[in-house]
Design a protein around this ligand. Structure first.
Ligand code: SMO
Length: 695
């Protein structure tokens, strides 16, 4: 039987790479259709104000300019959706162009469409406008409380943490190209969610969803930054529709800093109550997350995630968690790799370390005592159901593999010799998305298979992974399977790639489609000559898959300069049944790099609403030379939330790693009696902590 070939679990090289490494990838900006017009935006230099004058006549008259759009051109048009994930949320969907008021630096006010990109850029300078500045304001749009269990009294441990705003920073900036097609549009979009973008565009433009075809082809990274329809997309689409010509906009890096969505930015505080044995029994917290000046579709996902996973892998039964989200005068804040999970893990892991310190316990021993060890699915006090996990086994494995006791002994020796060095532990849980995904599997006349999935791709290796799933079920080799994604004509229904859900939900959908096709046709050695047969599947996951892991970070700090050296990261992860270990490793390492960036250097900064970090000269991202030695240890436990046993890995590196790094740094600084630090852990901050100067 050919079915015995285990394609699932095989470390297959990504079939996408040959194309991408040879420069044969097709990104939005690679398309240059005949007669294409170029669109450039006038963006607000003010953070808040009333638009008292807007005169585009000189720009309209400029050479090469076809037209200039303002908010008036969108009057009477529809709106994009916002997912009101928590009850009582007030939603503020995107405004394509500022109407009456500007609410953030970088908000688009007008769009110039011209025959060349240069002509469009020059004409932007000719737009005359006046803005009467107004004071910066915030507005609360959500207040939610998770409350359960009996409040406890006992020793209280508290932590306060701020999370810097960070930029998702995909290699490929956002880009949109809209082409009129019949009565509708074909839109090339650099997005994670082609189907929802199609539906949102249709709602805005007053078209039937079927009149718009969204195509993504290759997308150069996204990380949540391309998860929702953006104002610029709507403007480009309207321009193409009105002018009857192709219109393209490609964001400059500086536009990405000003107007792409950002991540994190929350202010969090929490109190852990210990019982008479010193075990954590109750948790209370206040989470305040900024949203920026408008809300993309998933804007409320981070705060919801932070609240619902806050107790982490610990046996806490009583919670009182209050979450608040505010509109703020800056770029929209949306999901970014981790999406609320990093903030939750960091708060909880700091609490556990401080509880250990207060009781004179080693942080590992404190965790061992506090971990949840009961049955699964684990009903959490925030109302979630964790499918599976063995948190104590992850910790035991980490202890063994790192010779933790030996590391502690060596740390003591180094400390005695004057070194500033620390060890930091963190455990994390990673819920991997809810809902449904689509799959279609077609047997072609030539005996090959076409696998169509709603789980679109932004560099994760989807074509390789989904071909493995089909190959395993159908008993063929993966090269017989063509994977199609990111085209709403080929795949009209789908959710897309986000929330670490693609393999668990989209992959299970594909496996089910394959199994049904196999049932229909019966297993065979030769699939040729049967004639096209197709099976469609819409798989709704009954529950979430929950990945988990344990991380140990080793750090040293230069006592003279505060320079932080990450000497090593050891990471035991439970990603469920592994589909392709090479892809999993890529996801873990990539997430780790972004987690390291957030922990040590990344920070979007505003002063009085003005953006101070508008380029890569001011905003630091990790480079290859910043990567520490990393040891990955896989300890998979299949999920029970789907029959494939899959969990997710996309966001894990941003969840556990920053928490472990912060604990390691605080551990290194224990002899200095340093205050609670917040990310990023810059040399200046560490130097101040060591010298006793105000942070
Ligand atoms: S932050 Mo992810 O794209 O859900």
């Amino acid at each position: 039987m050919q079915q015995t070939v285990p394609w699932i679990g095989k470390a297959m090289v990504r079939r996408e790479d040959a194309r991408l490494l040879k420069g044969a990838g097709r990104f939005v900006d690679d398309h240059q259709p005949e007669g294409c017009l170029f669109l450039e935006f006038l963006r607000s230099p003010y953070a808040a104000g009333r638009i008292t004058d807007l005169d585009v006549s000189d720009a309209v008259d400029a050479e090469g300019v076809v037209t200039v759009l303002t908010a008036e051109d969108f009057a009477g048009l529809g709106q994009a959706a916002v997912n009101a994930l928590l009850p009582g949320a007030e939603v503020h969907p995107l405004e394509p162009l500022a109407s009456g008021r500007v609410k953030a630096v970088g908000q688009a006010i007008a769009a110039v469409i011209a025959e060349t990109r240069e002509a469009a850029r020059d004409a932007v300078e000719l737009i005359a406008f006046d803005i009467a500045e107004e004071p910066l304001a915030t507005r609360r749009v959500l207040r939610h409380r998770w409350q359960s269990g009996v409040p406890q009294t006992g020793r209280e441990i508290s932590v306060q943490l701020d999370h810097a705003l960070v930029a998702p920073m995909a290699l490929e900036p956002r880009a949109t190209l809209a082409l009129p097609e019949g009565a509708g549009l074909k839109v090339h979009l650099s997005t994670q969610t082609p189907q929802r973008c199609r539906t949102d565009l249709a709602a805005i433009l007053g078209l039937a969803p079927s009149a718009i075809r969204v195509l993504t082809q290759d997308v150069g990274g996204a990380f949540g930054g391309k998860a929702s329809l953006m104002p610029e997309d709507a403007v480009v689409a309207l321009a193409a529709l009105r002018l009857g010509r192709p219109v393209k906009w490609t964001a400059a890096r500086s536009e990405e800093f000003q107007a792409a969505t950002q991540g994190r930015g929350g202010e969090t505080r929490a109190v852990l109550t210990l019982d008479h044995q010193g075990l954590p029994v109750a948790l209370s917290a206040e989470l305040r997350f900024p949203l920026g000046h408008w809300m993309p579709y998933s804007a409320l996902a981070p705060i919801r995630n932070a609240g619902r996973i806050l107790p982490g892998p610990y046996a806490i039964e009583a919670v009182d968690i209050e979450a608040q989200a505010h509109l703020t005068p800056g770029a929209a804040v949306n999901i970014y790799r981790g999406a609320g999970r990093p903030e939750a893990a960091m708060l909880m892991e700091r609490l556990i370390d401080k509880a250990a310190q207060a009781q004179g316990l080693d942080p590992l021993e404190m965790r061992r005592r506090a971990l949840y060890r009961g049955a699964f699915p684990r009903a959490t006090p925030t109302g979630e159901a964790i499918c599976s996990g063995d948190f104590a086994a992850l910790l035991d494995r980490l202890e063994r593999e790192t010779d933790y006791a030996g590391l502690r002994a060596r740390q003591a020796e180094r400390r005695a010799a004057g070194a500033v060095c620390g060890l930091g532990l963190a455990l994390y849980i990673e819920p991997c998305g809810q809902g449904w995904e689509s799959a279609e599997l077609r047997l072609e006349a030539d005996g090959s298979f076409t696998a169509l999935t709603g789980s679109s791709a932004q560099g994760q290796g989807r074509e390789t992974a989904f071909a493995q799933i089909v190959a395993e079920v159908m008993g063929v080799t993966p090269d017989c399977v063509r994977v199609v994604q990111g085209d709403t004509e080929a795949v009209p229904e789908g959710i897309g790639a986000l929330a670490s859900r693609s393999t668990a939900i989209g992959g299970t959908a594909m496996a089910r489609a394959a199994r049904r096709l196999l049932d229909q046709l019966g297993p065979r050695k030769d699939w040729t000559g049967i004639g096209p047969v197709s099976v469609k599947e819409r798989y709704e996951a009954p529950g979430e898959a929950w990945a988990s892991g344990a991380v140990l970070a080793e750090v040293a700090i230069c006592p003279d300069t505060g320079h932080l050296t990450v000497e090593g990261i050891t990471w035991v992860d439970d990603a469920g049944r592994v589909l392709n270990p090479m892809l999993v490793q890529g996801q873990l390492i990539g997430g780790l790099a972004q987690g390291l960036g957030a922990a040590t250097m990344e920070r979007m900064a505003y002063a009085d609403g003005q953006l101070l970090t508008g380029s890569l000269m001011d905003y630091a991202v990790p480079r290859a030379s910043d990567m520490p030695p990393v040891r990955l240890i896989s300890q998979p436990l299949p999920s029970t939330a789907n029959e494939m046993g899959f969990k997710g890995v996309g966001e894990a590196g941003c969840i556990g790693v920053p928490a472990a790094l912060l604990n390691a740094v605080q551990d290194a600084l224990l002899p200095f009696d340093a205050p609670d630090l917040s990310l990023p852990l810059t040399p200046e901050k560490l130097w101040r902590a060591m010298t006793g100067l105000e942070p």
